[in-house]
Design a protein around this ligand. Structure first.
Ligand code: HOZ
Length: 445
């Protein structure tokens, strides 16, 4: 069923050559450009369940799931039916619909800290709006973020950013003014003392602390309980807001997201990816007294022609209802545990030093320069990874029909459509790939 070793990708090569003449870098988002693994991106024509099919006809087991949204797999029947129903009644009105309130209710019921929610069109917009709201609510200007965390391509948050900003070596993008960057304070993740020191010195200037409660954008990094507890306590004590970016983790680590399994409640939460069921939709929500500061209830401006778009709302609603009615989280945890154990044994047997981090259906195997394995707790340790070795592993897996994230600094995602047999096939591919990976790099590799 999957791509045989060294499949032909002639059509992808031609499509990329054409795209480069029309679109900067040939892609509409740098994360998909393969800059972190070398070679050329693969162009796709279809997807079904846990599989992707490229334009040359090769099929792959999908471990990015559109970078997170496809928790139910591609073209889940309930989601497809909902989109088809919405299509038959109109695709955009620029006016309210009852469907938006229904989705809002599903979000509020699922996510423990959300009392009111506003819909936007992407995770970037959600983060941008949450930051503005935090500033408007507190009357303060400084935002605290953590190196290697990524909150979309918002000017003030493209400082020490993860995801493709880190992968492609522009954690501080050109085009961000010095003034903007000055209002963002960057600390190392999982270092509560840094937060303590900052708040002791300038707590009264801080509008918000923004973080990924489980990081997916520098590879997967798990928070320590004392770090999250410090973030909660210090923001509360000093009158700042705690904002969780749950664009990746929302509805994925549990129906209530990371906050539900970690037991730490933020003031605001940003959502994206799964909340739109594979269509463009983001959201931000939280304490009603804070959310009521958004226009027209309050004075903090935020708007969008396609916000709460009926097609995206239909897909998001069907996805959340399916997750609520048939929760896949036990299966995802079982499969994740097996995948993690299989990768760990495969790396040990191949003598390849790795640090593996996983929560539920998100995982990263960090290739280490070794020989000692350094636990990955934040960007300082994540950035020590052997990215060339990851690149070789990535291509060895592609050639065995397994499509992993095209960067060491992105978490893998799998779906409820992945079977136990898929997980075993992936482990077998990893065993073979890691054995090949043991070889020293050849010139030009
Ligand atoms: N937010 C996605 C994972 N870091 C990347 C999506 C993209 O930039 O295309």
């Amino acid at each position: 069923m999957h791509t045989p070793h060294a499949a032909v990708r002639t059509k992808s090569h031609e499509a990329f050559a054409r795209a480069k003449t029309l679109i900067p870098g040939g892609v509409n988002s740098p994360a998909r450009a393969f800059g972190g693994v070398g070679g050329e991106p693969i162009f796709f024509k279809s997807a079904q369940g846990q599989h992707l099919t490229d334009i040359d006809g090769n099929t792959y087991l999908d471990y990015i799931g559109s970078w997170g949204p496809m928790i139910l797999g591609h073209r889940h029947p309930r989601v497809v039916a909902a989109i088809e129903r919405a299509l038959s009644t109109g695709t955009s009105y620029g006016a309210p619909t009852e469907g938006e309130s229904h989705l809002a209710e599903l979000i509020i019921d699922a996510v423990p800290s959300i009392e009111k929610v506003r819909m936007v069109s992407s995770g970037t917009e959600a983060a941008m709006s949450a930051v503005r709201l935090a500033r408007g609510f507190t009357g303060r200007e400084k935002i605290v973020k953590f190196a290697g965390n990524y909150h979309g391509h918002v000017d003030s948050l493209l400082v020490a950013a993860g995801s493709s900003a880190a992968t492609l070596g522009v954690p501080n993008s050109p085009g961000i003014t010095v003034g903007t960057a000055q209002d963002t304070i960057v600390l190392e993740y999982n270092q509560p003392q840094e937060l303590e020191d900052l708040f002791a010195k300038s707590g009264s200037t801080i509008a918000a602390v923004l973080l990924e409660p489980v990081v997916g954008n520098m590879g997967l990094v798990v928070p320590t309980p004392d770090f999250l507890a410090a973030a909660r306590r210090l923001t509360q004590t000093h009158g700042a807001l705690l904002v969780f970016d749950e664009v990746m983790t929302g509805f994925r680590l549990s129906l209530g997201g990371a906050q539900q399994i970690l037991g730490v409640m933020p003031d605001l939460t940003t959502l994206g990816k799964i909340v739109g069921g594979g269509l463009p939709l983001g959201a931000y929500g939280g304490r009603a007294d804070v959310m009521n500061h958004i226009l027209p209830a309050g004075k903090v401006f935020q708007a969008g022609t396609l916000s709460g778009n009926p097609l995206a709302v239909a897909a998001g609603t069907a996805t959340l209802e399916e997750l609520r009615d048939n929760p896949p989280y036990e299966q995802l945890e079982r499969h994740g545990g097996r995948l993690e154990a299989g990768f760990r044994v495969a790396a040990e047997q191949a003598g390849v030093p790795v640090w593996i981090a996983r929560v539920g259906s998100m995982m990263t195997m960090f290739f280490q320069k070794g020989p000692e394995v350094v636990p990955v707790t934040g960007w300082k340790t994540a950035s020590l990874s052997d990215t060339a070795r990851y690149g070789r592993f990535f291509w060895n897996m592609i050639n065995r029909g397994v499509y992993l994230p095209c960067s060491q600094y992105e978490a893998l995602f799998f779906s409820s459509a992945h079977t136990a047999a898929d997980i075993e096939a992936t482990i077998k591919a990893a065993e073979e790939s890691l054995k090949e990976n043991r070889l020293p790099p050849v010139a030009g590799d």
